[in-house]
Design a protein. Structure first.
Length: 239
């Protein structure tokens, strides 16, 4: 009888090792579609700041964000289309239910013609839906444009939105203020009141963001900033 050679033992051991590594076929593991969708949504929409003092406003020198807003008629319009190729003063306010906002909006009427003379258009933006915008426009007899950011897209892009906590929402409800009714959405997000000036090239040149909603930039300062941008030969450039 022929005795096995060392080489045959090595070949046999190698075959057994391959069989052990391959093993039986494992069933394919598929991720739950709902889990994937939830994870994707969480990644696409980071959590909102939980305080008006925790916002991180967009830096000057950046381009005007290209976000979609809504007109008085409820028609979608991008901010870039609304601004066009003209300089603009963009004013973010909390809503027509806010008395400090209404005072600010009324005061801005006093400089609207002066802004026009400098080539600046005046646009006010809030989370209010189209129906609420119409109420504000009629109540305050405003002669400039109002746009709706009910989706909170602009607030996120400008870095000025924050989620109102449940206790504050309950307090507002006690005054008859319903954020969900005003915006038509359930995000409970408000903007920190702010003013932004953008030049004709679509570059942000000036901003004022204050977490205390009772403090608003005087309209004379808005006009002075617009005049400075209009007269300046050295503006911020995008990188």
């Amino acid at each position: 009888m022929t005795r096995p050679t060392p080489a045959s033992f090595l070949i046999l051991a190698f075959c057994l090792l391959l069989a052990a590594c391959d093993g039986p076929a494992k069933p394919e593991t598929r991720a739950d579609p709902q889990t994937v969708a939830t994870a994707a949504t969480a990644q696409a929409s980071p959590a909102w700041p939980q305080s008006d003092k925790a916002v991180t406003p967009l830096l000057l020198g950046n381009a005007l964000p290209d976000v979609t807003l809504g007109t008085l008629e409820g028609t979608p319009i991008t901010l870039k289309d609304a601004v066009g190729d003209k300089p603009a003063a963009l004013v973010f306010y909390r809503g027509g239910w806010c008395p400090y906002c209404n005072l600010q909006l009324s005061g801005l009427r006093l400089i609207r013609k002066d802004l026009d003379a400098l080539g600046f258009q005046l646009i006010a933006i809030s989370p209010d839906n189209a129906a609420e915008l119409k109420k504000t426009l009629d109540k305050d007899a405003l002669d400039y444009r109002l746009l709706s950011d009910s989706s909170a897209a602009a607030m996120r892009a400008f870095g000025i939105g924050y989620e109102v906590d449940p206790d504050t929402r309950a307090k507002l409800a006690g005054y008859g203020i319903d954020l969900e009714r005003s915006s038509g959405e359930t995000h409970h997000v408000l903007p920190v009141p702010s003013v932004w000036l953008v030049d004709a090239d679509g570059t942000l040149q000036f901003s004022y963001v204050h977490p205390d909603y009772t403090v608003r930039l005087p309209e004379e300062v808005v006009l002075s900033a617009a005049r400075a941008i209009h007269d300046s030969k050295h503006r911020l450039k995008r990188g």
